[in-house]
Design a protein around this ligand. Sequence first.
Ligand code: SF4
Length: 279
Amino acid sequence: MPGATPGPMGFTLNPYRGCTHACTYCFARDGHHHLGHDTGEDFQTHLYVKTNAATVLRRELRTGKTGDQWVMVGTSTDCYQRAEGRYQLMPGILRALTDYRVPFTTTTKSALLRRDIPLYAEAAQAANILVMTSLGSLDDRVRRAFEPAASPPRARLDTIAALRDAGVPAGVLIAPVIPHAADHPRALDALVDACAEAGAVTVFPDVMRLSPGARTWFLAQAAAHLPPRLHQRLAASYAGSRRSMPPHYVQQVTDHIHARAAHHGIPRWQDYINSLRTP
Ligand code: SF4
């Protein structure tokens, strides 16, 4: 879930470039431009697969270079996108991190992660780990409009619950909160309540930001597929080169989510991580 990375934590690891989940706002679209592709259709159809990711990771871990820093897996592109079903890179990566007892996070919008829950349960015995599911709305219409190939909200919540049942720490990246489409206080309350019910150990809120590479695609998709009034409001909010909503809006949404989470006894992400570091 690029653009909403809780950090800094140390090292990042992304086994794929490009992402078939095709989220219209995706921050990683910019990276595809650097590879000589366009940031629209190409980003979600031209994938780079690092088939030697686990081998290279083991080589790096053998040097001890990560020390006690966390490795963040899947923060740029989704490591459980559709291609992972075919290439199965994550099991090897998880085994390497577990063997070297490295603390790590995984971030995803995909229920495919459930395949690897036994490996996460093992990893959680070896080191601090945290699986973050990215979920910005309970409304599947929002998912279909902005994240067409990501798992439905219910499937993501079920994944969190399954992880917790297996004893794996799992939190929610409440991101991106999409202004005008998914920012109503009652909708945010319902989302946080659902996270609590699933057993989330922490939440990290983030309001949608639009990188230069994502803006054109996002607004074109919004114009083509959203009701005109919603498209107009989004276009006005991110007009010109505006990348984010005004600070007071971001603060308001963030505070609202944190307050609802606190009501359930769910700590902020930073507090949760700090509590792990405390002996
Ligand atoms: S799942 Fe993450 S990486 Fe993939 S398109 Fe969506 S925001 Fe981008």
